[in-house]
Design a binder for this molecule. Structure first.
Ligand SMILES: Nc1ncnc2c1ncn2[C@@H]1O[C@H](COP(=O)(O)OP(=O)(O)OP(=O)(O)O)[C@@H](O)[C@H]1O
Ligand SMILES: [Mg+2]
Length: 266
């Protein structure tokens, strides 16, 4: 029998966005974004301050509903679905600014990440697994999450996402406000999680250097539109990217760009 595959489900594609548009009231934040993330891959969306990176992730995870376009995860349409249904399907979102529960302990924050799961023994095993990646979280397990440093909170936010045993993690600017050293450490562990667990990752970043080194495939977003895409090894060699995203000039692929003000380093 010859059964036609759904239109967007090219082999190996875990997540596919086609012509997605999202807005905040009258402000169109993303304007017809199409992108694909393949199973097992780290994909990245690069873009400067206000380009629409976080809006893409919020639209995928169901926090905001798109005005137009389609989003398919594992071949199933998910646009406008309830965020908790999307988590249950295997998609976890690590939001910008981490957003851990400051008055809950580190351990309870991790358990919150597993709220969709009923398999207690496996949850306990996954807790040990995340402690393996981030031993400091085991040391601080009983402490309030609000007392952790910025870098440790980022580790906790990533770990909380892992506790849902996701197929895909959406990771919003893990480098934000962190020192270069901590950023490097966190990126190394993200790559290890991808390689060792096979977890697919969609990473959005202003730190093009770190993102292009960690990811396999990249998209460049300017003013809510994808203006370029390629394998990251090729993007790193492109003159526009070298000049505008690896820190040498003040104009983007399409005109001026602004650098985000650094929030405090912790
Ligand atoms: N809650 C909101 N209400 C109104 N406008 C918003 C809201 N959130 C974002 N925007 C606007 O939507 C556009 C895209 O914002 P978004 O946060 O997605 O960008 P970003 O690429 O994640 O930027 P950053 O690098 O600063 O995190 C910007 O013009 C922003 O001002
Ligand atoms: Mg953002």
């Amino acid at each position: 029998m010859n059964v036609a595959a759904p239109a967007a489900a090219a082999p190996g594609v875990l997540l596919a966005l086609a012509n997605v548009e999202s807005a905040y009231g009258p402000i169109k934040a993303i304007r017809g974004v199409s992108l694909e993330v393949r199973r097992g891959q780290i994909a990245t969306v690069l873009g400067s301050n206000g380009a629409g990176k976080s809006t893409i992730l919020k639209t995928i995870s169901g926090i905001i509903d798109p005005r137009r376009g389609t989003i398919e995860f594992q071949g199933t349409p998910i646009a406008s679905r309830d965020p908790s249904d999307i988590v249950r399907m295997g998609l976890s979102h690590v939001p910008e600014g981490r957003e851990v529960f400051p008055l809950l302990s580190v351990r309870d924050n991790l358990l919150m990440g597993a709220y969709t799961r009923g398999d207690r023994d496996e949850v306990a095993r996954d807790m040990e697994l995340v402690y393996g990646y981030f031993p400091i979280l085991k040391e601080r397990a009983a402490q309030d999450a609000g007392l952790l440093s910025g870098g440790q909170q980022q580790m906790l936010a990533i770990s909380r996402a892992l506790m849902a045993r996701p197929q895909l993690i959406l990771l919003d600017e893990p480098s934000l406000g962190l020192s270069p050293k901590l950023t490097k450490e966190i990126f190394e562990i993200v790559v290890r999680i991808n390689r060792e667990r096979g977890t697919t990752i969609l990473l959005v970043e202003q730190n093009a250097n770190m993102a292009l080194n960690a990811a396999d495939y990249g998209y460049v977003l300017e003013n809510g539109r994808i203006v370029m895409e390629d394998r990251c090894d090729r993007l790193r060699e492109k003159d526009d990217i070298k000049e505008f995203y690896l820190g040498m000039k003040e104009a983007g692929v399409r005109g001026e760009r602004r650098w985000k003000k650094k929030k405090t380093w912790r």
